[in-house]
Design a protein around this ligand. Structure first.
Ligand code: SAM
Length: 291
């Protein structure tokens, strides 16, 4: 049997033989640890009836593990130089399809229809390029794709912000956006030593269990997120001051304070203390008032 792609020895051999040089601008930090790869794949709950979408397969370390667990694997890679390497290392796995492209530009609904027809469920599983983590995750969540889980290695600080509860300094508009669409859970933190080259930031694996419906009902999604953004505009300011700057410039505070009272929110609170339910109630009240 061939040695796994992800062993340090085989990874170095593949890279040297193909004369591959890492591009920092594409977030290329490849995994060389069987244990961490096992934890990532294990958290996705795959089986042969399921599909996996990988973003950024690199030289195929995670792709190979996914091919061993899932029935179908689609892997989107932006760097053309990796395509011949992937073709070589994934040759024993006909259920894997490598797609050359930028995930941010792809039509994901079309990709799902083409790649995962007949699968009983699909998860995204990836060691994400850190320079585009949030745009990629928000694209996946906002697209309303038929997804079960998103299991990704990301910067630890970003994972903590996504999973944060109200009251702490990590809690912000990213926590609310991610928790509106999914239930986040930190799987593990990861030492620098599991990558080549080693990244400058700390990493963590997070699982986002994608919700079939949001946990709160909002009258207008775009307006809800606008209220959340406005509320966190300046973290040290009270909710009343932040909302006043955005929605009531030049007006007195009476109308805003009446609407906050109707939403049962003290004007002196800071956005970081408001739950998702409170934000939804507040946004619905402001929306009903014609803002
Ligand atoms: N999955 C591999 C591993 O774990 O060893 C590589 C992970 S590496 C952190 C990120 C990968 O994403 C690189 O292969 C990089 O070329 C690719 N990538 C970067 N930006 C991308 C984009 N916009 N769309 C698709 N792939 C991208």
């Amino acid at each position: 049997m061939r040695e796994e792609v992800s062993t340090p020895r085989r990874t170095k051999e593949i890279i040297q033989r193909h004369g591959f040089s890492f591009k920092k601008s594409l977030g290329q930090n490849f995994l060389i640890d069987q244990n961490i790869l096992g934890k990532i794949v294990g958290a996705a709950g795959l089986d042969k009836s399921k599909g996996a979408l990988e973003i950024g397969p690199g030289i195929g370390a995670l792709t190979e593990k996914l091919a061993q667990e899932a029935g179908r694997v689609a892997a989107v890679e932006i760097d053309q130089r990796l395509l011949p390497i992937l073709e070589e290392v994934l040759e024993p796995y006909p259920q894997v399809h490598v797609i050359h492209g930028d995930v941010l530009k792809l039509d994901l609904h079309a990709l799902f229809a083409d790649e995962f027809e007949g699968c009983s469920g699909v998860s995204v599983v990836a060691n994400l390029p850190y320079y585009v983590t949030t745009p990629i995750l928000m694209k996946l969540l906002e697209a309303g794709l038929p997804l079960e889980n998103i299991v990704v290695m990301i910067q630890k600080e970003v994972a903590e912000r996504m999973a944060a509860s109200p009251g702490g300094k990590e809690y912000g508009s990213l926590s609310i956006a991610v928790q509106y669409y999914s239930e986040p859970e930190l799987v593990c933190t990861v030492p620098h030593s599991v990558f080549i080259p080693q990244p400058n930031v700390e990493s963590a694996v997070i699982r986002l269990k994608v919700r079939s419906a949001p946990p709160v009902s909002v009258a207008d999604e775009a307006f809800f997120f606008e209220v959340v953004q406005a509320a966190f505009a300046q973290r040290r300011k009270t909710i009343a001051n932040n909302l006043k700057s955005r929605f009531f410039p030049g007006e007195g505070r009476e109308r805003l304070e009446a609407l906050l009272a109707e939403s049962r929110i003290e004007p002196s609170r800071r956005a970081e203390t408001l739950s998702l339910e409170e934000f939804a109630g507040l946004a619905n009240t402001l929306y009903a008032a014609g803002l």
